[in-house]
Design a protein around this ligand. Structure first.
Ligand code: T6T
Length: 328
């Protein structure tokens, strides 16, 4: 079955006429093709997002293409985006890996007539369709409220450490909307906790091994370290592993953003105190629904917010909680 056609020519009585792939697909009564470009392909967060997108695509009779890079990096994501744009899908859903570097290539897609929706992360300031700035052209942003997520993490960590002591944020790298906002929310909330000192953020480039060794270095410099906030899956798993390697489990509290299956034994063993699960399947689902609604001529809200589930040792086996653990 034809879904993606690069160039198609049809012979008509007066000569050769080239039709754009999407026009041809629709003329032939075919489905819309929606491309989902994740931050990286192997992260359980995006694997779960893909499943939610597939569920919506199936319900709506849409073809979904999932294409991404093996690492969370604009240098590898931009060529994937350019290749997808060249095939002219009906719409692009993308988790941009940088607020600034994805603006130009996404503008190219938008100017080629492909509606753009960002999922999880945003470009510019994340306020779309405002008529201001050069990055407001995406139709819609579908995501967690990441500032709120950072605040929730800070409150949980403050409680776990008895509202005093030194903590730090293990983060990916500056320029990523989600993790920047989580750190911002965390630090804003911590200002209300006068006996807590927030140390310098450690950036790990989405590498859990680096996050683990950074944990050990921070602990070596601060033997009285009380807690760490892992601002995404790899930062959190790295911090938890670092605590285990340093035999500081229980002494240094770990609050994790994201909830891969591998976090369940860590919660049960007390290596991680709290995991804040996002709802990536919902993000994928509503991303596809928003794209479809636009293609079908409906208006779409510029922001669709999805929720969190806060997981700890006490509720991790509850089926209503467990269902938010990500797929591998
Ligand atoms: O935390 C998610 C996602 O929200 C973030 O933008 C990047 O990291 C994750 O994919 C987890 O690894």
């Amino acid at each position: 079955m034809k879904r993606w056609i690069n160039t198609v020519a049809v012979v008509v009585t007066l000569g050769l006429v080239a039709l754009s792939p999407i026009k041809l697909a629709l003329a032939a009564g075919n489905k819309y093709t929606i491309a989902l470009i994740p931050g990286l392909t192997t992260d359980p967060f995006y694997i779960t997002m893909h499943k939610g997108a597939q569920a919506a695509a199936q319900a709506l009779g849409v073809d979904l293409v999932f294409q991404g890079a093996p690492e969370f990096n604009p240098v590898t994501q931009v060529p994937v985006l350019n290749a997808v744009t060249a095939r002219h899908p009906s719409a692009i859903l993308i988790a941009p890996t940088d607020k600034v570097q994805l603006v130009a290539p996404l503008k190219t897609a938008s100017e080629a007539g492909i509606p753009v929706i960002t999922v999880d992360t945003f470009i510019g300031n994340g306020h779309y369709q405002t008529g201001t700035g050069d990055a407001d052209f995406p139709l819609c942003y579908v995501a967690s409220d990441n500032v709120l997520g950072g605040e929730i993490a800070a409150r949980a960590l403050a409680k776990a450490i008895g509202d005093k002591g030194k903590v730090y944020v293990s983060n990916v790298k500056p320029g990523i909307s989600t993790t920047d906002q989580r750190e911002q929310g965390f630090k804003e909330e911590m200002k209300k906790h006068s006996s807590i000192t927030v140390l310098e953020t450690q950036f790990n480039d989405d590498d859990a091994n680096k996050a683990a060794s950074q944990f050990q270095s921070v602990l070596a410099r601060n033997p009285d370290l009380a807690g760490v906030f892992g601002a995404n899956l790899f930062s959190a798993m790295g911090a938890s592993n670092g605590a285990k390697q340093a035999h500081s489990t229980g002494k240094v509290k770990v609050v994790a953003f994201d909830a891969p299956a591998s976090i369940v034994p860590e919660l049960k063993a007390g290596n991680v105190d709290i995991a804040i699960a996002q709802h990536p399947a919902e993000i994928g689902y509503f991303g596809v629904v928003a794209a479809y609604a636009h293609l079908a001529g409906q208006s779409v809200p510029p922001l669709i917010g999805t929720g969190f589930t806060v997981i700890d040792k006490g509720n991790v086996d509850d089926p209503n909680v467990k269902r938010f653990i990500y797929s591998d």
